[in-house]
Design a protein. Structure first.
Length: 387
């Protein structure tokens, strides 16, 4: 087992009564609160009223940042930074899914810093010295951003979708109430499931191939995610299924499954230009890219793909070569994504033409940490498999 360091300071309130913990969390911070959310769904479901009533009862002065879009863009971050600086914001409260949280994390480190947040943090990766406290009320399990230190933001005018990590972006608290996900549209739930599974595979299908706890935890989380997804597709208000989907997403990127792993994020790197150029949902793009990526790099990752096929998908290895077992496991993944969930299977379904591939390749970050360094030629070949 490789050496590792682990740190996660996020306080999590989980369950049907998790929202009752909001008042005591609000007491810990100053008067001025930035309430950030996306479209109108939190108003239609009544969550907006519940949150604003709690803020009012706590005597907070509330400023709102609304309309945060999927693949959150720099312009919303700049808007939030302006609000924070103008009004001396003491707490940012993100209500929504990963896009809202990502945007708020960038605001949290960008507002106290001098200069341009994009250039300093998302391009040059300068260390953030401080950040405005951030709280989260999660409505869409997918990115795991409610319990990690990462943010991903899109600069749409240049089609750049970049990530940044900083301990200053850890939320101070996260409220996880599975009942808040009951009203999610099916396609959003599906994209979240794909994203969670992709995160799990990026962590699990990476060196070293030792036999230690981190990998067993990842296998258990994948099996739990698959089982819960199947149940939630049948009954969107199955509480246990929704609870497992929410906790799997959060647990996956809390840092526990990174321990002693090199981790491979190249499938995400390949997908980011799809979102950055065509504004497709991240989970939809991963559904297309990740199975093709695994097939392309079958040999370097063969022992791990065989293990996943057996321990996650239940493939019987009797009388089969390792290659056949691994390919059968990837076929199970494809059926789960594309047939059971109904997620996209090809670039054509995402309205991305073959002629776009050279541009997408040019925008792909090739900083790979997995079994094998990925070249531009590899990315091109993988995307051609996705047509």
């Amino acid at each position: 087992m490789r050496d590792f360091s682990f740190y996660n300071p996020v306080r999590v309130h989980f369950g049907k009564d998790a929202m009752t913990k909001l008042p005591e969390e609000l007491e810990k911070y100053g008067k001025n609160v930035l309430l950030a959310y996306g479209g109108g769904s939190i108003k239609r479901t009544g969550l907006y009223d519940r949150v604003t009533e709690a803020l009012k009862a706590a005597g907070k002065e509330v400023y709102e940042l609304t309309g945060i879009m999927p693949n959150p863009r720099t312009e919303k971050v700049y808007e939030g930074i302006d609000i924070c600086r103008k009004h001396g914001i003491d707490l940012i409260l993100a209500v929504g899914g990963g896009s809202t949280i990502y945007c708020c994390k960038a605001i949290a480190v960008g507002a106290p810093a001098e200069g341009d947040f994009w250039e300093r943090f998302f391009v040059n990766w300068e260390p953030a010295e401080t950040g405005i406290p951030l709280g989260v009320i999660l409505t869409l399990p997918a990115t795991g951003s409610e319990m990690d230190k990462s943010s991903v933001v899109t600069r749409f005018e240049t089609n750049e979708k970049n990530g940044y990590d900083s301990e200053q972006m850890f939320p101070r608290f996260t409220i996880l109430d599975p009942t808040l996900t009951y009203t999610l549209p099916r396609h959003q739930m599906v994209n979240g499931i794909v994203d969670t599974m992709s995160h799990l595979m990026e962590l699990y299908i990476s060196p070293p191939d030792d036999d230690f706890l981190t990998d067993y935890l990842a296998e258990a989380t994948m099996r739990t995610e698959i089982d819960a997804a199947r149940k939630a597709l049948i009954d969107p208000e199955d509480y246990e299924a929704r609870a497992n989907l929410m906790w799997c997403s959060t647990f996956t990127l809390c840092g526990m499954l990174n321990n002693a792993k090199k981790t491979d994020w190249e499938s995400h790197n390949i997908e980011h230009p799809l979102s950055g150029v065509y504004d497709v949902a991240h989970g939809a793009g991963l559904s297309v890219v990740h199975p093709a990526y695994l097939e392309y790099f079958l040999q370097p990752a063969l022992p791990r793909l065989v293990r996943m096929a057996k321990n996650v998908w239940g493939v019987d290895p009797a009388g089969k070569t390792d290659e056949a077992v691994a390919l059968e496991g990837i076929a199970c993944l494809r059926r789960f994504f594309h047939e059971e969930l109904g997620a996209p299977a090809t670039l054509t379904e995402l309205n991305i033409p073959e002629s776009a591939i050279p541009r997408l390749v040019a925008l792909t970050d090739l900083s790979c940490f997995g079994y094998q360094t990925v070249t531009a030629e590899d990315v091109s070949a993988i995307l051609h498999r996705c047509l």
